[in-house]
Design a protein around this ligand. Structure first.
Ligand SMILES: Cc1ncc(COP(=O)(O)O)c(C=O)c1O
Length: 433
């Protein structure tokens, strides 16, 4: 009997041993995916088995409806017009800033900058702060676990400014090597840029320990890439104790084209603008330009108005569901997912067992990840294959690419079962097993 054919309760028995009350709780929790599925138009007919949420999440009707009604009846440019339509679009845009401030427990709306995505948010810090604060003898410390978005901008800025780019190593399964970090931190370290949750392994950074170590051994600023974690847990920038935090709207069930940079106000105040143009100025003359106050100083040009307003709808949606419920649901499904993949002959899961969050990255002996992903696609199962924009990590793990299945709040037991069945089928197809 294959994994895909056995019942949910039997599946639990295949995985970690659970007592009766845990089993019951998991079954109740699993109903979250079933309950919210109807909120997502693309998932309603059950044809799509979407296991690529770590790449980009599907959108609930609330977000789609909010954006289309804005375009139909409420759209105008913001911060410029004196007519009602522009004033109300401005009000809605700025209301989202307040919502994001509360979502991240930031101290003020001046600390919330809208960007076009996480990548742009990190580049904003690299080019604005980095160009004016880094020089020869300074060091930027990042990690081998990073998405290229939090790696390449720092390499580039260090190259431009003649600073040193350093990288914290990992243990054999991909956890941060804290001893290596300790040995690389010093008074020369000016910024530490690291991920909260790895997009390639699902391994979480022990952030409290890292922040304490950085504060003890240097005066470095800390930038947290929260692209992955923002979809799975409530983030509180004050208790996280970081100076910058970045994420993208599309990974938290909002639209693409919008991201958020949180920056501690005192740090942002000192930073020069990144992009220059309309809306980020107080006055312009041939003799010189005076820049606007925060947050406008960092929002040059017409912003992604509809995307910001759509992001607000996504945050409201998450707030209505609660992160406690989402986490419990995803944790239960993760157990199932790890069990399902572990049952497939020749499958090797990467990353630390039992510590993965939201996704499983794996290889299948004798089958190239791209071929596997294509075969799964032919069965209606959407997963990601490749280097996951984490080539330094792939090199550390001695693989060139992997297959990744990732969960969202709408994922269900049936999605996991369909993946399991398709993996079994792939063995027959590729290996004649
Ligand atoms: C950990 C991590 N950081 C950064 C990014 C970049 O996000 P975006 O492409 O939305 O700018 C991603 C996207 O996959 C990611 O997973």
């Amino acid at each position: 009997m294959s994994f895909a054919e056995i019942s949910f309760t039997e599946l639990r028995a295949v995985g970690k041993p659970l007592n009766a009350s845990q089993n019951q709780k998991d079954i109740v929790v699993d109903s979250l995916g079933e309950r919210v599925r109807g909120d997502f138009p693309i998932l309603r007919d059950g044809a799509l088995c979407y296991l690529d949420t770590a790449s980009s999440a599907q959108k609930p009707e609330k977000v789609i409806e909010c954006m289309s009604s804005l375009y139909e009846r409420g759209y105008a440019n913001i911060h410029r017009g004196v007519y009602d339509l522009s004033a109300s679009a401005t009000e809605r845009y700025e209301a989202v800033r307040s919502l994001v401030k509360d979502f991240l427990s930031a101290k003020s709306v001046q600390e919330i900058i809208f960007t076009r995505g996480c990548t742009e948010a990190i580049n904003l810090v690299a080019y604005s702060w980095g160009l004016s604060n880094l020089g020869a003898g300074d060091e930027v410390l990042t990690t081998t676990l990073e998405h290229h978005s939090n790696f390449v901008p720092w390499q580039r800025i260090c190259e431009i400014r003649g600073a040193s780019f350093r990288c914290v190593g990992l243990d054999a399964v991909g956890r941060l090597d804290l001893n290596d970090m300790r040995s690389k931190l010093s008074s020369k370290t000016k910024l530490v840029a690291l991920t909260h949750l790895s997009n390639a392994l699902g391994v979480k950074t022990p952030l409290a320990e890292v922040v304490a170590m950085v504060r003890e051994q240097s005066d470095a600023l800390i930038l947290l890439d929260a692209s992955q974690s923002a979809a799975h847990e409530r983030l509180d920038v004050q208790s996280l104790g970081v100076d910058f935090l970045a994420f993208s709207g599309h990974k938290i069930y909002g639209p693409s084209g919008v991201g958020v940079l949180y920056g501690r106000r005192e740090v942002l105040e000192e930073m020069p603008p990144f992009l220059c143009g309309g809306d980020m100025i107080r006055s312009v003359s041939i003799e010189g330009t005076e820049y606007a106050d925060l947050p406008a100083k960092f929002e040059a040009g017409t912003p992604p108005i509809a995307a910001v307003i759509g992001l607000g709808a996504a945050i409201e949606y998450l707030n209505e569901l609660s992160f406690d419920a989402i986490q419990e649901h995803e944790r239960a499904l993760m157990d199932l997912l790890e069990t399902a993949i572990g049952e497939v002959s020749g499958a090797r899961m990467l990353g630390p067992a039992g510590e993965r969050k939201g996704l499983v990255t794996f290889t299948l002996e004798g089958v190239h990840p791209h071929d596997l992903a294509q075969f799964l696609a032919s069965k209606g199962v959407a997963v990601r294959a490749g280097h996951h924009c984490a080539q330094p990590l792939m090199k550390h793990l001695a693989v060139s690419s992997t297959t990744r299945a990732s969960l969202g709040l709408y994922s269900t037991e049936s999605d996991v079962r369909r993946l399991a069945q398709a993996l079994e089928d792939s063995l027959r197809f590729f290996l004649r097993r």
